[in-house]
Write a protein that binds this ligand. Structure first.
Ligand code: FES
Ligand code: FES
Length: 210
């Protein structure tokens, strides 16, 4: 029986299987990855929605030989360690799930949508074809909008004042009372200045080449 290798949720995996085995059964039966659900097996319900090379695909109608050498991500691979993806956070905050069966596929479809369309309209969201037997569509829409807002927020990185660090201190610019964004910008400028100063200092003391 042939062996197919691919990346699954960041790890290389191998599956011994006929080439026309669907990826859904390779995942569920051979690799024990059961997040992608079986609903119809014919690309209608979308309960199995996962990502192939970062885009939504339906493993129930994709042969395992067609993912060899590629990257498959299932709901199990969405969080980074303990840090949930913003879409997962929004799903919890909006209390979207009812029975839960369709939800891994819904979340993977939502993540794929937000990659393509960071600020989706109602029509963009309604174009997702994943079926929910419990009718959680309204909360899905709310959660996708909340996730879009979360993902649009600037990432604030804790930056220390390089001057304070060089003096052995550890105070943050945020402690100066400046707004956090302003503080981060100021710290970035100070950091850049410190790098230039360091480069100039190094140039001063480096022995001449040649
Ligand atoms: S199981 Fe229904 S689309 Fe894959
Ligand atoms: S939450 Fe039950 S099928 Fe969607």
């Amino acid at each position: 029986m042939p062996t197919y290798s691919f990346m699954l949720n960041g790890e290389q995996v191998q599956v011994d299987a006929p080439g026309d085995l669907s990826v859904l059964w390779a995942l569920r039966d051979k690799l024990g990855v059961t997040g992608p659900k079986y609903g119809c097996g014919i690309n209608v319900c979308k309960a199995c929605t996962s990502h192939l090379d970062g885009k939504a695909f339906n493993p129930c109608v994709t042969n395992v030989r067609d993912v060899a050498g590629r990257e498959v991500t299932t709901i199990e691979g969405l969080a980074k360690g303990d840090a949930l993806h913003p879409v997962q956070e929004a799903w919890l905050e909006q209390d979207v799930a009812q029975c839960g069966f369709c939800q891994p596929g819904q979340i993977m479809a939502a993540v794929a949508l937000l990659r393509r369309t960071p600020n989706p309209t109602d029509a963009d969201i309604d174009a997702i074809e994943n079926v929910c037997r419990c009718g959680s569509y309204f909360r899905i829409r709310q959660a996708i909008k909340a996730a879009a807002a979360k993902m649009a927020e600037p990432t604030v990185v804790a930056v220390q004042d390089p001057a304070a660090v060089s003096e052995g201190g550890g105070s943050s610019l945020a402690a100066t009372g400046l707004g956090v964004d302003v503080a981060a910008l100021g710290a970035a400028a100070l950091g850049a200045a410190a790098l230039v100063t360091r480069a100039l200092d190094t140039a001063d003391v480096a022995p001449a080449e040649g």
